[in-house]
Design a protein around this ligand. Sequence first.
Ligand SMILES: *Cc1c(COP(=O)(O)O)cnc(C)c1O
Length: 485
Amino acid sequence: MVGTGSGVEMSINGSLPNGKSAEHLTALDEESFDPTAVVAEPVPEVVESNGDGEKEKRDIVLGRNVHTTCLEVTEPDADDESTGDKDAYMASVLARYRKTLLERTKHHLGYPYNLDFDYGALGQLQHFSINNLGDPFIESNYGVHSRQFEVGVLDWFARLWEIEKSDYWGYITNCGTEGNLHGILVGREVFPDGILYASKESHYSVFKAARMYRMECIKIATLVTGEIDCADFKTKLLPNRDKPAILNVNIGTTVKGAVDDLDLVIQTLEECGYSHDRFYIHCDGALFGLMMPFVKRAPKVTFKKPIGSVSVSGHKFVGCPMPCGVQLTRLQHINALSRNVEYLASRDATIMGSRNGHAPIFLWYTLNRKGYKGFQKEVQKCLRNAHYLKDQLRGVGISAMLNELSSTVVFERPKDEEFVRRWQLACEANMAHIVVMPNVTIEKLDYFLNELVKERSIWYSDEKIQPPCLAADIGSDNCSCALHK
Ligand SMILES: *Cc1c(COP(=O)(O)O)cnc(C)c1O
């Protein structure tokens, strides 16, 4: 079934051998399929042959969805209820999928998701359609909600980021992106003619917000660490002094884990003549928003400084099985944004309508179990392990960088795309990165390092092929290429 475009299709990311179509799977005979058998090599194929045996890079082609690995939805047969065939088939698909998940979880290193959690106690809640639609602080007419958990979580973050209960407004979002969309929207509503400034290494959702809201957006250069370059910021701010400034400040950039210097950003604004009522700062803490408070010497994210909002992802460091996030802003700002909605009997100040009511309970559960001390311990462990990884890489002559306040290790992009996919590494230009999360142990890193070193010696066994130079990406001090080592 290639590209029929009909029905609901779910990618199973390669539990089928490459090239096998969905018909093969629907025809899968459950008697011949042993759900307890280990899936041999479920890593998706990345390279396609271009016909003459050459391996090609995987291209992202817009407008051509690839449906080679999908699980077709089929209509039940009339006798399904008596034979139980369909139930057995579906059970086998799910069992097989679970195996894939186990294997893929074991080999995950590239994305900043904490995969270490146990929410078994919350399984009992799956039977409820929990929905927090509307405002967290104003109950709607829909009674199956979890606002009591949501507000408890928000209060915890308010304490962390130092804002009084009576002064903040916030909600649990669907993800870090929604937090950015909301923060920048609040900024725009407060300053309708404001210009959005963001470093070029900001998350793509920031530029998406600018497009969605049709805002003028000015990109600021970055230092080699990935931090915003405040000298460039000043240059770009000065000619626009007649317009208010809306800023995205990164508390951990996506690729390099760089933390923008919030104090220097504020100082730059002040030096350019911006009083505190002429700018709005949104802090994108998707990645490190919950790690930074526990790192010594880290610049403090706090509402005692003139910031407008902070957001963080719930499925990253915190470790939630479904995407979610937290967004906090000042109560005074939210009135510029919200509308009362009679149909809800609540206030509409969120980006989404229906809101996942399970997510707040997962967050509440984790915050209660770990607490401030627990997160502190996990942060320390992540930073230690990240240093270990960087030292090991540099020790065997591989270019690598680790920002001081970060657990994101940037290193030479592995030459083999298959290897990249096997370890689910995120890559950009000549860089790959590993974000050391609480589930990443020294054992796992050693396993990875051994494999990398072994394979790398094959990739570069021919002297004519040299590892790439990363000086432009991470600085010559961190580069181990032939020229810079
Ligand atoms: C991951 C990330 C986001 C987006 O968060 P999602 O939860 O994936 O939507 C935004 N900003 C930064 C810096 C991130 O790392």
